[in-house]
Design a binder for this molecule. Structure first.
Ligand code: NI
Length: 433
């Protein structure tokens, strides 16, 4: 399918902004340039008039737990361990594969409608998540969450291997897979060794929660006499590609390790705020040359999967935390939410910028609205003024998934109805278990 996007305000993220056209063929960007510059030999099957719209790379949600949309609003305003132990884990214990499929469809729909084209997910029953991703048409990096101290830890690792063999590179390469050791406090070094052996055997990276709360720092310090980052260096985790969620509490030594080992960090400002975890030193990480993407975390600790809002929160939180309005300017935040996330997920060769040769993951934002007028600085608008509903058209792998806010790949009403049914039944089962 050959697609022509005409007369957009193009923010490629790599290179200068311009008013012009983008040509897409075989799922890739084959040309972009000023209006009328597309070669005459290019004959599109479909043309999108993008007058009054900005074209950006699709947003990359670099850390989430998609199916947790089913728990949105179920348990709020509690301390992390009480929230997990008394509320989240009991409902997770009665989740079925079908629930996870429905929750993932709901999450995918929400992300698609807010301009997110790729997400990194850590959960369980990942076949069901992959099924949902395939159906909606998004791109995703998926991993089964592994809890090394749980009773069936080895079985979970075996499931991970099967999942990776079945799905890594599936859906025309839109689905990639990683291994997902949950965190240093749930995966002791002896278990991590097995996970790392599997990563090497399968040739995949790792997606882990690191240095999220002060409690975690204290616990690892007491048990191992070092920080979580130092512990992960000791077990050689960072000798493979690693996507590390959170990294809120870091020493200078931790930051040197993250930079030297080229660890990709997923910054989740709203989840960190809501759970009272702290403010990640994002400006310092970026200054140290660390790759940082932006994520929403799961909808039980956010409570939505809105990357537009997450970009604004990331910028504002650093500014207020450091009492410095110059840190994280809009352009840098947009980079984090696109190419930063792509790098952190190991996908920067395919996505993250609008460049010839990259996969065509493109969002058209409707600028013709009161809250985005006048157009002094479109990049600043996307970070400081825009809302998720400004995402008008979403293209992934050259395929239009949403046009004029109408979702073309799945039935919205069915997804909402079935997710609602699943969520109600879950709470009933959990309370009678
Ligand atoms: Ni998480």
């Amino acid at each position: 399918m050959r697609l022509l996007i005409e007369n957009a305000y193009v923010i490629p993220v790599a290179g200068d902004q311009f008013q012009g056209d983008i040509a897409v063929g075989d799922g890739r960007i084959i040309h972009l340039g000023p209006a009328g510059s597309v070669p005459e030999a290019f004959t599109p099957d479909e043309t999108l008039d993008a007058t009054g719209m900005a074209a950006t790379p699709g947003l990359v949600n670099s850390h989430t737990h998609a199916a947790m949309t089913l728990f949105r609003g179920y348990a709020d305003d509690l301390p992390l361990m009480e929230w997990l132990g008394e509320k989240i884990w009991p409902v997770e214990a009665v989740l079925t594969g079908e629930d996870i499929y429905r929750g993932s469809l709901l999450a995918g729909l929400e992300m698609l409608k807010s301009g997110t084209t790729t997400f990194a997910d850590q959960y369980f029953e990942m076949d069901q998540v992959a099924r949902a991703v395939e159906e909606i048409g998004l791109r995703a990096s998926l991993c089964r969450g592994l809890i090394g101290i749980a009773p069936h830890a080895d079985q979970a690792l075996a499931e991970s291997r099967d999942f990776i063999r079945n799905w890594h590179g599936a859906a025309n390469g839109r689905i990639t897979a990683m291994l997902g050791p949950h965190a240093p406090y749930t995966c002791p070094p002896s278990y991590l060794e097995k996970v790392l052996a599997a990563a090497d055997e399968l040739g995949v990276g790792l997606h882990i929660h690191l240095s999220e709360t002060r409690t975690e720092i204290e616990q690892i310090q007491t048990e191992y006499g070092c920080s979580p980052i130092e512990l992960m260096e000791k077990v050689n985790l960072f000798e493979r590609p690693v996507l590390a969620a959170h990294c809120v509490h870091l020493s200078e030594a931790d930051m040197e390790i993250l930079a030297e080992k080229r660890v990709g960090v997923a910054h989740n400002p709203q989840s960190n705020m809501k759970l009272g975890s702290g403010i990640a030193p994002v400006a310092r990480m970026l200054a140290a040359g660390i790759t940082v993407g932006i994520g929403t975390d799961g909808a039980a600790s956010n409570n939505d999967l809105n990357m537009v809002e997450e970009m604004r929160t990331a910028a504002l939180l650093q500014k207020v935390g450091l009492e410095n309005p110059t840190v994280l300017p809009a352009g840098q935040v947009l980079e984090m939410a696109t190419v930063g996330g792509a790098k952190a997920l190991g996908l920067a060769e395919q996505i993250g910028t609008l460049e010839v040769g990259k996969r065509a993951d493109i969002v058209l934002w409707n600028l013709n609205q009161a809250h985005l007028c006048p157009l002094h600085n479109v990049q600043a608008h996307l970070v400081y003024s825009a809302g998720r509903a400004d995402a008008d058209t979403v293209i992934v792998d050259g395929r239009i998934l949403m046009r004029g806010r109408r979702v073309l790949t799945v039935d919205e009403e069915t997804i909402l109805r079935e997710a609602g049914c699943s969520a109600r039944a879950l709470v009933t089962r959990a309370s009678s278990a």
